[in-house]
Design a protein around this ligand. Structure first.
Ligand SMILES: C[S@@+](CC[C@H](N)C(=O)[O-])C[C@H]1O[C@@H](n2cnc3c(N)ncnc32)[C@H](O)[C@@H]1O
Length: 565
């Protein structure tokens, strides 16, 4: 399943399966100016930042290399990696990391991306306008889709300069003589003598081109065929796919200040750049990984292009921004995705879909969940050793649940039950959010009086659980503007034991479509927005330092006065 995963990518990469990924794009923090390296400023990012800066370039390269080794392991034999960097470390990375891990023979290109057109320092020194994207494949049999870009205006006007005004548009002329000797293509064509090395085409193809009107025949001043010159091939502009892409990319603009895709953090990469990379080295259904996902550019584009994807970041803020970005672009037909944080929110687990929860918690405990909704005995899965598991998605589970579970275990497999009793090992595992006194006493009684052990597991023994933040929202009417619209100031106040990370706002909230943020990163929790008379639904999200969130929805009614509920 598509996933956003919070954590140091080294740990997470190590947990993923070898030969499972088609394409990896990584945009690691560059070995550049320290001040530009901290983007999100949360605890996870600062830890990783200090890690990298505790030594010089050698330390940085060692930090990167151990991650690149894992990425190489994860790639399928046909897979490729694109590493985005700049002049600060690109040469070191190529020679000391990528050539070593991938092998020089698997170098596929140094993409030079022109990021900016001008630079403030250009009067004083040669300005650096580009980033480098190193492109390596795992083996020599790699997936490659050629990309065509639109011909430049210059090329169009200099090459496609002919037009017969017959409705077929502009065309250019290509030589039809063969550059190499072609003994089987030596023939005279409609009175035009054979070129010294023959024609490029066999006679049948020549005839076909002629019938399609694609051969230009030179004429003399009297309009008669000029046999001293050679016929040429007409290449119509509208029949060409464009210019085949090379390694110099000057046609993709960096994210502009008013761009729709702009989220507002400094290292955001343009979607067009990722779209190109994903199209070059993957097909629909393939899996794309970005281990430094940042604000989610790669996964947002991969999702749109119908790839499977995985994004990793050690910053809570990066993961939550990526999540909101995906939510914003997804519709009812999009693939669902999972966000893996370090803590799970009690309310979400407790009130989620029962079958999904049972399956998930059994997997988290290391067991195997049933594939069908419920077995006859009410059992939900098995441990790796084959012991029955039952999940109760409730608190304060009582005595009768324990007794019923014991009977179910016995009926499930009499021999196994007897054997476990004889060995004084558990006969089954019962999972719940919490167990009441009655259940605990009953487990003790069964052990003492019937020599039957039942293992009780609380959900928070299996996964760390936390309470989500609290949120309240106030509003102030700041008055009318000249069009009769109200300026409304919203003030959100979040509360959490672990601290608030940021707020996000959806000023046109529509329940079925879900939260589609208009403002994604608001560190303060204060926004002013204009509203015309009528009814409006506004949703505010607060995210805490562990990535847990709460949502508050307000209905605003404006008819002369402002009412909120
Ligand atoms: C340059 S940004 C990526 C920007 C991204 N390409 C985009 O377009 O939004 C680098 C990201 O790497 C993350 N990062 C740094 N060290 C990391 C680590 N060890 N594990 C996971 N993520 C890390 C940072 O939190 C940051 O979000």
């Amino acid at each position: 399943m598509n996933q956003l995963i919070l954590g140091d990518n080294l740990d997470i990469l190590k947990s993923l399966e070898s030969n499972s990924i088609d394409l990896i794009y990584l945009d690691p923090p560059f070995f550049s100016n320290r001040n530009y390296e901290v983007i999100w400023g949360d605890a996870g990012e600062i830890r990783s930042f200090q890690d990298r800066w505790s030594g010089g370039i050698d330390h940085y390269l060692a930090w990167l290399k151990e991650r690149v080794v894992e990425m190489h392991r994860l790639l399928k034999p046909t897979g490729s990696l694109f590493l985005h960097c700049d002049w600060h470390a690109d040469a070191y990375i190529r020679v000391l990391v990528l050539d070593k891990v991938f092998g020089e023979q698997n170098f596929r290109g140094d993409i030079v991306w022109q990021r900016v057109n001008a630079h403030g320092d250009a009067k004083k020194k040669l300005a650096v306008l580009t980033d480098t994207i190193w492109y390596f494949s795992k083996t020599e049999k790699f997936l490659y889709n050629p990309i065509y870009t639109e011909h430049s205006e210059n090329y169009k006007t200099s090459f496609y300069k002919h037009n017969d005004n017959d409705g077929r548009g502009a065309y250019g002329l290509n030589d039809m003589s063969s550059p190499n000797p072609r003994p089987n293509m030596m023939y005279e064509w409609l009175g035009f003598p054979c070129p010294a090395k023959g024609w490029r085409y066999q006679k049948e193809t020549m005839q076909k081109l002629h019938d399609e009107g694609k051969i230009y025949y030179p004429k003399n001043k009297k309009g008669m065929p000029d046999y001293s010159k050679r016929p040429r091939l007409k290449r119509y502009l509208d029949e060409q796919k464009g210019t085949l892409l090379g390694n110099i990319w000057t046609d993709i603009q960096n994210v502009q200040s008013h761009a729709k895709e702009r989220i507002g953090y400094p290292t955001q990469k343009p979607e067009a750049l990722l779209e190109r990379i994903i199209n070059i080295a993957s097909n629909e259904g393939d899996t794309v990984l970005d281990p430094f996902v940042g604000g989610g550019t790669t996964v947002a584009v991969a999702d749109r292009l119908k790839r499977q994807w995985l994004g990793i970041d050690q910053s809570v803020q990066a993961i939550k921004v990526s999540e909101m970005r995906l939510q914003k672009q997804q519709d009812l037909f999009s693939q669902p995705f999972l966000v893996k944080l370090h803590k799970y929110d009690y309310d979400t687990l407790r009130y989620s879909n029962a079958f999904e929860f049972e399956t998930w918690i059994i997997q988290q405990s290391g067991g195997v969940a049933n594939t069908k909704q419920r077995s006859d005995l009410g059992l939900d899965g098995r441990t790796q050793d084959g012991l029955p598991i039952q999940v109760k998605r409730s608190d304060n589970v009582g005595r009768n649940v324990v007794d019923n579970f014991k009977s179910a275990c016995e009926r499930f497999d009499k021999n196994l039950f007897a054997q476990n009793k004889a060995n004084a090992t558990p006969v089954g595992v019962l999972i719940a959010f919490s167990f009441g006194k009655g259940a605990i006493q009953e487990v003790a009684r069964l052990k003492n009086e019937e020599n039957t052990l039942i293992q009780l597991l609380r959900v928070d023994d299996i996964v760390p659980i936390a309470k989500k933040p609290k949120l309240s929202v106030d509003l102030n009417d700041l008055g009318l503007d000249s069009k009769g619209w109200h300026d409304i100031e919203f003030v959100a106040d979040g509360e959490s034991d672990v601290g608030i990370e940021f707020y996000a706002w959806d000023f046109h909230f529509n329940q079925p479509a879900g939260f589609k943020a208009d403002v994604m990163i608001d560190k303060i929790g204060k926004q002013t927005e204009k509203f015309k008379p009528g009814s409006h639904i506004i949703a505010v999200k607060v995210v805490d330092n562990e990535g847990l969130e709460s949502l508050e929805v307000l209905e605003l009614k404006i008819n002369g006065k402002v009412h909120a509920s």
